[in-house]
Design a protein around this ligand. Structure first.
Ligand SMILES: [Fe+2]
Length: 196
């Protein structure tokens, strides 16, 4: 799965799913076995992309089709690195490729006009993801999470989203106040590792 043919096959498979359904949960269920296969390929991520950045987690675009109907991204998490609580506003899957991460799930709640603060971002679950585990996100109710690597070894996660997530306007949430701010998290590489 490092040759162009295999990526074209993945592209065909995902585009076929997207033509059949627009239901996010159904898309996730059908893309899941494709991500499972990617996770089993030990040469998928070239060695030069596996070293953590010193300052933050690294985000590398592996592949996206010309129409940007989806994207495949690798995140490299150094020990102690974390992503703030965020949403995606599109369907997505997160697979554990190497090491382990902690994922905390959140739900945003409207506490009513009289409440101060009006919105609350409530933690609703926490799980350790280990090699081969697959998690997912989709709006509006299952879309907010935070990911961290509190362990002593680097971790690599492999993601598939229903758009180029490096261009996607979305939000970082403040758990303390329920407020959020706009964000676009660009990839750390200009060109995808594998060209379409
Ligand atoms: Fe995320």
């Amino acid at each position: 799965m490092s040759g162009n043919y295999e990526w074209k096959q993945l592209e065909q498979d995902i585009e076929a799913i997207l033509q059949e359904t627009e239901d996010y949960r159904t898309i996730i269920d059908r893309v899941k076995p494709l991500l499972k296969q990617l996770l089993q390929n030990e040469s998928l991520i070239p060695a030069e992309y596996r070293t953590p950045r010193p300052d933050k987690y690294a985000q590398y675009l592996l592949y996206k089709p010309e129409d940007e109907a989806f994207s495949v991204i690798a995140f490299i998490w150094g020990p102690g690195q974390a992503a703030p609580v965020h949403d995606h506003l599109v369907w997505g899957l997160v697979g554990l490729y190497e090491g382990a991460v902690v994922e905390k799930r959140y739900r945003r709640e409207d506490r009513g006009e009289a409440a101060e603060p009006r919105y609350a971002v409530r933690e609703v679950g926490e799980a350790i993801a280990r090699k081969g585990d697959i998690s997912f996100v989709y709006p509006p109710d299952y879309d907010i999470h935070g990911v961290s690597n509190p362990f002593g070894e680097p971790a690599i996660t492999l993601h598939i989203y229903g758009t180029d997530i490096g261009k996607q306007p979305r939000h970082i949430h403040d758990v303390a106040t329920g407020s959020y701010r706009d964000v676009v998290t660009r990839h750390d590489n200009e060109e995808p590792i594998y060209g379409s």
